[in-house]
Design a protein around this ligand. Structure first.
Ligand SMILES: *Cc1c(COP(=O)(O)O)cnc(C)c1O
Length: 422
C-alpha cells in the first residue's frame, strides 16, 4: 500500500470525514489504515467491546460518572500554563497543557479510568493490561483500585528489571504483575501475552489497552477518552488568549496523548499540528522509534498502520532513551493524518530531548518526562524558523519516573552525595 499515492481529492474527503466524526468507519478504518486483524477467537470479544463502547460513550449516565471521577479523583481539568522564560528565549509565545498534573503524573490516567469504568459497566470480573515502562500499568492499577476490579499487568522481564520502582507502585496499588519471559521480553511480548490471556477468558476479562493502537475499536476508544485533553486545551486557550495557537506539539509513541490533543483541533485549519517521534541515536533502522517519519505500512498488534520493519517485513527492534516512545508501531489515526498531510511528523534525538528537558527544568521549574521532552525539542526547533508565533506544547507527563536515567546521564546529585558522605 503506497499511501503517498492518495489523490488530493481523496485527502480532502478523508479530512472532511474525520472532522465530521465519520472515521473510523463501520469496519474500524481510518481511510486505508486501522481495521481489525485479530485471531478468530478474539473477534466476539472485540465485537462486544465495540457494542459496549457505542452504548456507553453516548450514555449520559456513563459520561456523568466519568466526568465526576476525572474531576474529583484524577484532578481535571489540568492547567494551561504560560511559559514566560521559554517564550523569551525562543522568541515565541509558549503555552503548556499540563497533563503532568493529572493523577499518577501523566495523561495515561484519562484512558485507564475511562476504560476501567467501561469494564465495570460491561460486567468484567478482572482487568488485564500490558505495560512497557510501567506508566500505563500504574495508571491501570490505580484506576482498578478506584473502580474495585482486580488487575493483572503483563510486563516484559527486561522491563521489570529496568522499571523496578513502577513495579513496586503497581504492587502497592494492589495489581498482580506478571513478568513475560517470551519473545523480546519487553512491551511487544507483554502485549502478545495480554491478548493470549484475554483469548482464554474473553467473557470475564477486560483487556485495558494503553495507547491508541491495536484492533478496532481500541484506537477509537482511546482517542475518545484522551480527547478531553484537546477539548480542555482548546477552550482554555480561547478563554485566555481570545484565539487559537499557531502550532501545537505533542510527542508520539503509540500516539495517545498526541491524538487526544490533536483530534479536537483537526478541524481548525489555521492550527498547524506537529507530532514529535523518538529519533533515538540516529536515523538508521533499529536506532530510533520514528515510525511515521521512516516506517512503512504493515500490520502489528491487530491494526494496519505505519511500522518499523525491514525489507522482508520483519518488525524491527527500536531504540529510544524514553521507554514510553520505544515501540515499532503507531496508532492508525496518525498514519492517516500523515497520509493526508494534516499533521507533520518530525523526530528529536535522545540528546535533543535531554537538552530540552534541562531547559524546561531551569526555565519553567517543571521536570517533564523524557517522552514529553521530545515535544519540547521539536517545538524549540520549529520556533527558531517561525519567529513571533504562538505555540502550545502537550506536557504529557512528569519526569520523576525518569530519575534513574537522568542521574545516570547527568549525575547531578553525585557530587553532593559524595560531599555528604565525607
Ligand atoms: C506513555 C507515555 C507517552 C507515550 O505514549 P502515547 O500513547 O504516545 O501518548 C508519552 N508521554 C508520557 C509521559 C507517557 O507516560
Amino acid at each position: 500500500m503506497q499511501t503517498e499515492e492518495l489523490l488530493p481529492a481523496q485527502r480532502a474527503d478523508l479530512l472532511r470525514r474525520l472532522v465530521a466524526g465519520e472515521l473510523p468507519d463501520a469496519r474500524g478504518r481510518f481511510g486505508p489504515f486501522g481495521g481489525r486483524y485479530a485471531p478468530e477467537t478474539l473477534m466476539p470479544a472485540l465485537q462486544r467491546l465495540e457494542e459496549g463502547l457505542q452504548r456507553f460513550l453516548k450514555d449520559a449516565d456513563f459520561q456523568a460518572e466519568l466526568g465526576r471521577e476525572l474531576r474529583d479523583w484524577a484532578g481535571r481539568p489540568t492547567a494551561l500554563s504560560p511559559a514566560p522564560t521559554l517564550s523569551r528565549r525562543w522568541g515565541a509565545t509558549v503555552w503548556l497543557k499540563r497533563e503532568d498534573l493529572a493523577h499518577t503524573g501523566a495523561h495515561k490516567i484519562n484512558n485507564a479510568l475511562g476504560q476501567a469504568l467501561l469494564a465495570k459497566r460491561l460486567g468484567a470480573r478482572r482487568i488485564i493490561a500490558e505495560t512497557g515502562a510501567g506508566q500505563h500499568g500504574v495508571a491501570t492499577a490505580a484506576a482498578c483500585a478506584r473502580v474495585g476490579i482486580p488487575c493483572i499487568v503483563y510486563m516484559g522481564a527486561v522491563d521489570v528489571q529496568r522499571q523496578a520502582p513502577n513495579v513496586e507502585r503497581m504492587v502497592q496499588l494492589g495489581a498482580e504483575v506478571v513478568p513475560v519471559k517470551s519473545g523480546d521480553r519487553t512491551l511487544r511480548a507483554a502485549i502478545d501475552e495480554a491478548f493470549r490471556d484475554w483469548v482464554s477468558d474473553p467473557n470475564g476479562s477486560y483487556y485495558l489497552l494503553g495507547s491508541a493502537v491495536g484492533p478496532h475499536p481500541y484506537p477509537l476508544l482511546v482517542r475518545e477518552l484522551q480527547s478531553v485533553i484537546g477539548r480542555e486545551a482548546r477552550a482554555q486557550f480561547i478563554e485566555r488568549t481570545g484565539g487559537l495557537p499557531d502550532a501545537v506539539f505533542a510527542c508520539v509513541g503509540g500516539g495517545s496523548n498526541a491524538i487526544g490533543l490533536f483530534h479536537p483541533l483537526v478541524g481548525d485549519a489555521s492550527v498547524e499540528l506537529i507530532g514529535v517521534e523518538a529519533g533515538g541515536r540516529s536515523a538508521k533502522l533499529g536506532e530510533n522509534a520514528a515510525t511515521l517519519a521512516t516506517g512503512r505500512p504493515g500490520v502489528l498488534h491487530g491494526t494496519y498502520s505505519m511500522l518499523l520493519q525491514d525489507k522482508e517485513g520483519l518488525v524491527q527492534e527500536t531504540h529510544s532513551i524514553s521507554a514510553g516512545l520505544d515501540y515499532p508501531g503507531v496508532g492508525p489515526e496518525h498514519a492517516l493524518l500523515r497520509a493526508i498531510g494534516r499533521v507533520t511528523y518530525v523526530s528529536a534525538t535522545d540528546d535533543e530531548a535531554l537538552d530540552a528537558l534541562r531547559e524546561c527544568c531551569s526555565a519553567e521549574g517543571i521536570l517533564p518526562a523524557i517522552e514529553t521532552a521530545h515535544a519540547f525539542a521539536g517545538a524549540r526547533k520549529w520556533a527558531a524558523t517561525h519567529p513571533g508565533k504562538t505555540l502550545l506544547i502537550g506536557l504529557s507527563g512528569r519526569g520523576d519516573k525518569d530519575m534513574p536515567t537522568l542521574s545516570q546521564v547527568f549525575g547531578g546529585a553525585r557530587k553532593i552525595l559524595e560531599e555528604a558522605g565525607g
